[in-house]
Design a protein around this ligand. Structure first.
Ligand code: ATP
Ligand code: MG
Length: 566
């Protein structure tokens, strides 16, 4: 990855790389690097997850190690299969592979249960029956120590019997639960006899109805790491306080490999929300069309919007890895995106808001093909032939009847260059009955093919265009941010209050060059002068093309918005 972006070299090694360097130098972990990415399959991955993916899979690549993909599926919930599939698709799309290293926490249910029995047998865990309110009261606060549960000193035999009954489904949800017996007076709240197992009479997508009890995340997670012999268990800062508990659990389990956990700052991005709970709410309440809505910060949303995996990886590399929480400006992601798309997008001509142009001195029934570079930044992208005919479309925006000073596009009597083609001069404006302009009559200079004249006449304006008979009708969707506030919900406490009512605008009646008939989702396109676009993977069809604008070239959004009155 470093060679592709060229940024890794200039960024000094992050603190995790320095730790790994040291471990390798000392021969710790037998010179191995095994990381993991452990998503909970309860939603689609978002740009924050991309940071963690790039870090974990990236380190494995960099050090010749492996990165496990582990689904933390300890909480049986609906639709997990859809989420699992989406997670795999997204990681693969980002450019990472996990080979055979695909794991499920649910695969460890049996062994986790055995470890729980061991803890009970050694007096390190007990079955409690306090109500959730009581648990809260007994736990104490940061200032006050907790109080021991009256059930804390049950006999080992009774604990084993009750735990077995829990497993056999003999108790209702929320009645009994298994707790670690650690220290109710610990200054670390996580150490105050945390819950290890709870009763849930719910089907699990992998284990079916085999279990009536499910292990808690804090119990499962460190043991999964230990079972998989993870050498560097990397997670976000909020789990720092859980580390003593994780270490306690792994030590109590007797498993030989004790992974070390390292915490880094999670990605926060302005003008967006990243919690899966909030993203799910946007989907469920219909504020967006789905998890892959092009306005969503999900990886599938970014993909459908036309982001490239390279841009996202570049972004992850540039934000770096640190131990201090901060907010990254969305503009950085935009910048990485533009920089990448500039190198990879095929340049095409598309007229968003068409105005007809008739070239009166050009023969009727003639089509001339003009060769154009697909990408001047990349000669290997090849060339294509663009049809030129007597009737064309240009942007409404590229003509003004009474232009102000410094307006260099077409106006009566003015000459401009048509990109890749000829110089044209506007002779006449044709109006509809209501006075609106419906057509321009122009003449072309036959000696200006390719955009240059023999006398090297200079014109200041260049317009893109399409041949009217060849152009394909299309709709385009222009996007703005999903939230108007930098920190959605900051003012009112409800993030929905900051939803941008104008975050998408669909314009129909656009005319695009015929080569776009072959464009498919995943192609990166630059509509000359209007932005980067892609084919919408859901709504576009050969008969009804729909393009999403990924991002304007610069700030053409503001300009178009003004013009469209939106
Ligand atoms: P959310 O709060 O959005 O529900 P989560 O942390 O509960 O996210 P998981 O599926 O548990 O979601 O996350 C999988 C991995 O991705 C974890 O290791 C987590 O640390 C990491 N991760 C999640 N969000 C971010 C983020 N914003 N920045 C960096 N890493 C993240
Ligand atoms: Mg989580």
């Amino acid at each position: 990855m470093e060679t592709e972006t060229g940024h890794e070299e200039v960024i000094s090694r992050n603190f995790i790389e320095r730790i790994i360097d040291e471990d390798l130098a000392q021969g710790t972990h037998g010179g191995k690097v095994v990381t993991r990415f452990p998503p909970e399959p309860n939603g689609y991955l978002h740009i924050g997850h991309a940071k963690s993916i790039c870090l974990n899979f990236g380190l494995a690549q960099q050090y010749g190690g492996v990165c496990h993909l582990r689904f933390d599926d300890t909480n049986p919930a609906k639709e997990e299969v859809e989420y699992i599939e989406s997670i795999k698709r997204d990681i693969a799309w980002l450019g990472f592979t996990w080979d055979g290293y695909e794991f499920y926490a649910s695969d460890y249910f049996e062994i986790l249960h055995t470890i729980a029995l061991k803890l009970i047998a050694e007096g390190k865990a007990y079955v409690d029956e306090l109500s959730p309110e009581q648990v809260r009261t007994y736990r104490g606060t940061l200032k006050e120590p907790g109080v021991n549960s009256p059930y804390r000193d049950r006999s080992i035999e009774e604990n084993l019997r009750l735990f077995s009954e829990m497993k056999d489904g003999k108790h209702a949800e929320g009645t009994l639960f298994l707790r670690a017996k650690i220290d109710m007076a610990s200054p670390n709240l996580n150490m105050r006899d945390p819950s290890l197992y709870r009763i849930k009479h719910t089907m699990h997508h992998r284990t079916g109805d085999a279990w009536s009890i499910y292990p808690m995340y804090d119990f499962t997670h460190p043991l999964s790491d230990a079972l998989e012999k993870i050498t560097h268990s990397i997670c976000t800062l909020e789990f720092e306080d859980h580390r003593p508990l994780y270490d306690w659990i792994v030590a109590a389990s007797g498993l030989p490999d004790v992974p070390h956990q390292y915490e880094f700052a999670r990605l926060n991005l302005n003008y967006t929300v990243m919690s899966k709970r909030l993203l799910l709410q946007l989907v469920k309440d219909g504020h967006v069309s789905g998890w892959d809505d092009p306005r969503m910060p999900t990886i599938s949303g970014l993909r459908r919007r036309g982001y490239s995996p390279q841009a996202i990886r570049d972004f992850a590399g540039r934000i770096g890895v640190s131990k201090t929480n901060s907010v990254v400006d969305f503009a950085l992601l935009d910048h990485c995106l533009r920089e990448d798309l500039n190198t990879r997008a095929r340049r095409v001509m598309a007229v968003i808001d068409p105005l007809k142009v008739v070239i009166t001195n050009y023969p009727e029934d003639t089509t001339e093909y003009i060769e154009a570079d697909n990408n001047p930044e990349d000669p290997s992208a090849g060339k294509r032939q663009i049809p030129f005919t007597r009737e064309l479309y240009i942007e409404q925006d590229d003509f003004m009847e009474n232009p102000p000073r410094k307006y260099f596009r077409l106006s009566p009597g003015r000459e401009i260059r048509l990109k890749h083609a000829y110089y044209i001069t506007c002779d006449e404006v044709i109006r509809a009955e209501d006075g609106s302009i419906i057509e321009l009559r122009c003449t072309y200079d036959p000696d200006s093919r390719g955009g240059w004249t023999a006398d090297e006449r200079k014109v200041k304006g260049t317009s893109h265009w399409v041949s009217a008979v060849h152009a394909l009708p299309a709709a385009v969707r222009l996007y703005d941010k999903l939230f108007t506030a930098e920190f959605p919900g900051e003012k009112t406490g409800n993030f929905l209050d900051d939803i941008n009512p104008d975050s998408v605008r669909e314009l129909s009646g656009c005319m695009v060059e015929p080569s776009l008939a072959q464009a498919v989702p995943g192609d990166y396109l630059q509509f000359m002068r209007t932005g980067y676009f892609c084919v919408d993977s859901v709504d576009s069809s050969p008969d009804a093309l729909v393009f999403n604008r990924t991002i304007p070239l610069r700030d053409s959004w503001a300009k178009l918005k003004k013009k469209m009155g939106i």
